[in-house]
Design a protein around this ligand. Structure first.
Ligand SMILES: O=P(O)(O)OC[C@H]1O[C@H](O)[C@H](O)[C@@H](O)[C@@H]1O
Length: 329
């Protein structure tokens, strides 16, 4: 607002130096066009590698890292990234009995293919957001289609598909969503089946102090004990190698909350992703994974992975499916 002109001898006071624009999120393309980073005016940041559209880092306003990334993770596009948020598509694990995906590597090709950066969009700047630091969210879109795949992956999964993966950084959280489209058309169009999952490695200080709420009294597949069972009514603590596929009884909109020493650290709400995989390789598992370093790193991570991985999502020619998660701190 402009200051009212003063009369007589009172010296003028400058109340507005320049109208200016409210601060905007900064988006940069770095590492020889292979990574995208975004920083909000308030300091929160995210970094994504085009290889796999893998989120490598997510930091809060104070610069605290929220994701666990192995020190031994390969970041040169030679291997799926060990840590951050790799994206699983079109198969979770491997499934020899599912003919369509049986030739694909573990967790499919999305995490090992270079995606295209489609661009950014920022939230509308309101009077309130400009007062407290400008636009308060930025959305980064990434695309992958049949034509981006290696000849090998194309041969192993010969379907005409399009994926749009969106990563939205806001002041209080990180949202990821995926749109899957069957791009084939008409009578010659082929339907396909897929699974997908956001393989989120959350960073914790000490797994011994971690509890997970929201998975109580829910059916799950225990991949360690190799059995299907139902969880107890209590919160989950991790005390040994854990690899479970839960279908939370409360449904996707009931938050899965990761707490440390009794304090809420992450809250995950899902949309159209009915399963939650909880994974920690523990000491022996970490020893067996070459790019998992330091080997004591299992104490500092827990994977809580939102996905659609039980059964298959089927898309006929021209059809679209969408799912996503929002992680709040
Ligand atoms: O080693 P990766 O292929 O990245 O898989 C890492 C882990 O992913 C998921 O959490 C699966 O449930 C685990 O069985 C698997 O070990």
């Amino acid at each position: 607002m402009a200051s009212k002109a003063s009369s007589k001898k009172t010296p003028p006071t400058l109340t507005v130096s320049s109208p200016g624009l409210p601060p905007q999120p900064q988006v940069n393309i770095t590492h020889g066009n292979s990574r995208i980073s975004a920083v909000l005016p308030t300091g929160e940041s995210v970094e994504i590698m085009l290889y796999g559209a893998t989120i490598l880092s997510w930091k809060d306003t104070a610069g605290n890292e929220k994701l666990w990334l192995s020190e031994g993770a390969k970041l040169d596009g030679s291997k799926a990234v060990r840590g951050g948020v790799p994206l699983v598509f079109p198969v979770f694990g491997t499934d020899a009995s599912h003919t369509e995906t049986s030739k694909l590597p573990q967790h499919g090709f999305a995490r090992t293919t270079r995606w295209e950066f489609l661009g950014k969009s920022t939230s509308e700047s309101s009077a309130v957001s400009s007062m407290d630091g400008g636009d308060n969210s930025v959305k980064l879109d990434f695309g992958l289609s049949h034509s981006n795949l290696s000849a090998e992956a194309r041969a192993a999964w010969p379907y005409d598909f399009g994926l749009i993966y969106s990563v939205t950084l806001s002041r209080d959280g990180l949202a990821t969503s995926i749109v899957v489209r069957n791009e084939s058309e008409g009578e010659s169009g082929k339907g396909f089946e897929f699974q997908t999952l956001m393989h989120t490695y959350l960073r914790v200080n000490d797994i011994a102090d971690v509890s997970v709420e929201g998975l109580e009294s829910s059916p799950y597949i225990d991949k360690v004990a190799v059995k299907t069972t139902t969880s107890p009514a209590e919160k989950l603590s991790i005390t040994s190698k854990t690899d479970r596929v839960y279908t939370p009884a409360g449904g996707p909109s009931k938050p899965v909350v990761v707490s440390e020493a009794g304090k809420k650290k992450f809250s995950i709400v899902r949309d159209n992703l009915n399963e939650v995989v909880v994974w920690n390789p523990w000491k022996d598992g970490a020893e067996e994974i070459g790019d998992f370093t330091p080997k004591t790193g299992f104490k500092n991570m827990i994977c809580v992975e939102a996905g659609a991985v039980k059964g298959w999502q089927k898309l006929e020619a021209g059809e679209t499916w969408e799912g996503g998660q929002i992680i709040n701190c």
